[in-house]
Write a protein that binds this ligand. Structure first.
Ligand code: UD1
Length: 418
């Protein structure tokens, strides 16, 4: 079968309302956490994206029964028979490593394929190991697999200070700590809204957690979890940010609904600084732009800093602004690979280490380009919405990993896209 491509004809204004789906980076962790309870868990507001399918396959491999009904996902973990996440699945999606913590709790051991390289940069597991070792988990890295087991003396609660507020390490640690008798305090924890969503889910399962969403999380271990009969995944702030950038490119007014604008505080400030008008409501933001875009300086940082997952989309705006912008990427070193593709569309970008100096041009020019990862792929489509002529984006399977019906949603706003 020929590889699917997205073709965008640039220059059409965008207006209307778009609904964001549940957060990819949240639902994958909720699915993994369902392993903790021997019973049936139901998750709603599940995005229909390929990463969710892969996590469903990981759970099925462990022995779970997983079924979908529109955005409702049912997972029965009553009869798990394996504690292994195999290479074939982890290789397709790095976030499969989210099962590490839950498997350690459920089986006292886990065997998870070591994730390989990734298009956006090096993605080690050392922070996960250091955090869990502090509680008494032992790791062995052999034949491409992480073998985790619990020390014969058992797990011990205590204070764990992360060297860097890693999202994945905070999540695995929060899960394991929730099953260890006594109080565990995580310092320098990641504070992303998806961490808070996972904490709320764990609390619904019986966990005792406080401080989620701040750098200090306090956990009181509990003995056993119950399955959650219905939990709604938080709205996807990154998908929302992507459509707000689409509105800024296409002029608007575009209303993006189904997420908490508080989760995008800094990106919204940057959009205003770039000359966009925003109307912020409880669960939606409406964006419009009359004048030219202004340049921006931004640097990606852990939450509540500017999210790395919106960096490429904002680079498209910088590439169209009236002046010089400086974008600094502090989280994933390879994310500037995207600049080379945008360069093919006529953008004026110079990379110096982890800084991109972007000089705005009046209009981009349509070209065949390639999506190197999920967010870069979405950003290329946004660039195509501005560009003169048509742009053909290949490797779009990356986009379907994390955006539900991306083409359909953009078309509903008026984009000429197929
Ligand atoms: C999650 C998100 C991803 C987002 C990222 C940062 C999911 C599925 N993915 O990824 O979309 O871009 O948070 O907000 O939720 N690191 C180490 N050692 C480790 C772990 C991480 O050095 O053991 C480094 C990474 O290489 C990276 C940085 O820490 O440079 C951030 O990684 P982390 O916060 O762990 O991101 P993920 O959880 O992988």
């Amino acid at each position: 079968m020929a590889e699917e491509r997205i073709i965008v004809e640039g220059g059409t204004p965008l207006t209307g309302t778009v609904q964001v789906s549940g957060a990819k980076n949240s639902v994958l962790k909720l699915m993994a956490a369902s392993i903790l309870a021997a019973g049936t868990t139901t998750i709603t507001n599940t995005p229909q994206i390929s990463d969710v399918e892969i996590m469903a396959d990981v759970l099925r491999h462990l022995g779970a029964e997983v079924s979908f009904n529109a955005d409702t996902l049912t997972i029965d973990c009553s009869n798990l028979h394996s504690f292994e996440a195999p290479y074939e699945l982890v290789n397709k999606m790095r976030a499969s490593t989210a099962v590490l913590g839950p498997l350690i709790v459920r089986f006292g051991q886990a065997r998870v394929s070591m994730p390989g390289g990734c298009q956006i940069g090096s993605r080690q597991m050392d922070l996960h190991f250091a955090a869990l070792e502090a509680l008494g988990v032992v790791f062995e890295n052999k034949h491409g697999y992480i073998n985790a087991s619990v020390l014969p003396s058992g797990l011990k609660a205590g204070k764990v200070t992360l060297r860097f507020p890693s999202v994945g390490a905070t999540e695995n640690l929060m899960i394991v700590a929730s099953s260890v008798p006594g109080a565990t305090i995580i310092e320098n924890a990641a504070a992303e809204p998806e961490i808070s969503d996972l904490a709320q889910f764990l609390i619904a399962m019986g966990a005792q957690i406080e401080g989620q969403g701040t750098p200090v999380i306090c956990i009181q271990g509990v003995d056993g979890y119950r399955p959650v009969s219905s939990y709604r995944t938080v709205g996807d702030r990154i998908e929302a940010g992507t459509f707000l950038v689409a509105g800024a490119v296409g002029g608007g007014p575009v209303t993006v609904q189904g997420f908490d604008p508080e989760h995008l505080r800094l990106p919204l400030k940057k959009l205003e600084a770039m000359g966009c008008s925003l109307e912020i409501a409880e669960q939606s933001v409406t964006i419009s732009r009359q004048g030219n875009l202004q340049p921006v300086d931004l640097q990606t940082l852990p939450y509540p800093g500017f999210p790395t997952d919106l960096q490429t989309q904002f680079m498209v705006l910088a590439a169209l602004s009236e002046g010089v912008s400086v974008i600094t990427e502090n989280i994933f070193e390879n994310r500037f690979m995207f600049a080379d593709e945008l360069y093919r569309m006529g953008a004026n970008i110079r990379i110096e280490g982890h800084h991109a100096i972007v000089e705005g041009v009046k209009r981009l020019s349509g070209a065949p380009v390639q999506a190197s990862d999920l967010r870069a792929g979405a950003a290329l489509v946004l660039a195509g919405i501005n560009a003169e002529g048509s742009s053909i984006i290949s490797e779009v399977r990356h986009i379907y990993r994390g955006y539900e019906d991306f083409v359909g949603k953009l078309r509903s706003l008026g984009a000429t896209i197929e």
